[in-house]
Design a protein around this ligand. Structure first.
Ligand code: ADP
Length: 222
């Protein structure tokens, strides 16, 4: 049965962690001119860094993992590379979490070679120290054991994926709402609330993965 150690992160925690991260940066001598958000996970933390550090300049760069069809190996790519002149600027590159560090290292290398800032430092709310290939210059929480952080900005898409994994284990089975919810809580150890849960089921029906039969749900077999 699918089981993933997961922690539900609230908006209040995001504000608290971001304020804590901004304090770590303030206590250093680094004063950024430009914040660069690593898209998509770094968007909210980057916007909050601008707020707490009173920085006006915010841009983003999308760096993501990409799986080649039929290949197990994954590599990170810059999705929409573009030109920007950051000469003379001190850049703060912001992400939500440093897990493997792959997407972040790629974003850092791209910015240093293409946008040529005077200086670049990396900030992340969380750093998974045992698995990360890089240590951010600034972080608020060191995570010592891998876990999936269910951030508020991916609550819907994570819920869709999590339910999908449960349903695909037993295709053709007829579930009530309560049964899917109970299995979800058992597998992930969290509950996202009824509004998110119902929205995810609605999306799974729209995606053609789930079929609604009266009061029950059935995962499609094709
Ligand atoms: P990096 O470690 O460079 O951020 P990853 O590919 O490991 O690269 O992660 C990319 C993005 O995926 C993260 O910025 C985050 O948004 C999401 N992510 C990765 N690991 C986790 C995790 N353990 N919990 C929540 N989100 C994660």
């Amino acid at each position: 049965m699918v089981r993933v150690p997961t922690k539900l992160v609230t908006w209040e925690e995001i504000v608290e962690w971001s304020m804590g991260l901004a304090r770590v940066i303030k206590e250093s001598s680094f004063r950024p001119d430009v914040v660069v958000a690593v898209s998509r996970g770094g968007y909210v933390p980057a916007r909050l860094m601008c707020d707490f550090l009173l920085v006006d300049n915010l841009v983003s760069l999308q760096s993501q993992h990409w799986t080649e069809a039929a290949k197990v190996a994954e590599k990170a790519i810059i999705k929409f590379p573009y030109k920007l002149d950051l000469s003379g600027q001190r850049v703060l590159l912001v992400d939500d979490i440093v897990d493997t560090g792959d997407t972040l290292m790629l974003a850092r290398d791209f910015i240093l070679s293409e946008w040529r800032p005077a200086e670049l430092k990396i900030a992340a709310l969380q750093w998974i120290s045992p698995v990360a290939k890089i240590k951010p210059d600034f972080y608020y929480i060191e995570v010592k054991e891998w876990i999936w952080f269910q951030y508020p900005w991916t609550r819907h898409e994570d819920t869709v994926q999590f339910i999908k994994r449960i349903l695909l284990e037993e295709r053709g089975k007829e579930w009530t709402y309560e049964e899917i919810r109970a299995r979800f809580e058992e597998g992930y150890g969290i509950f996202v609330g009824d509004a998110y849960f119902r929205l995810a089921l609605e999306s799974l029906v729209e995606l053609g993965i789930l079929e609604r039969r009266g009061g029950t749900y059935v995962a499609k077999t094709v």
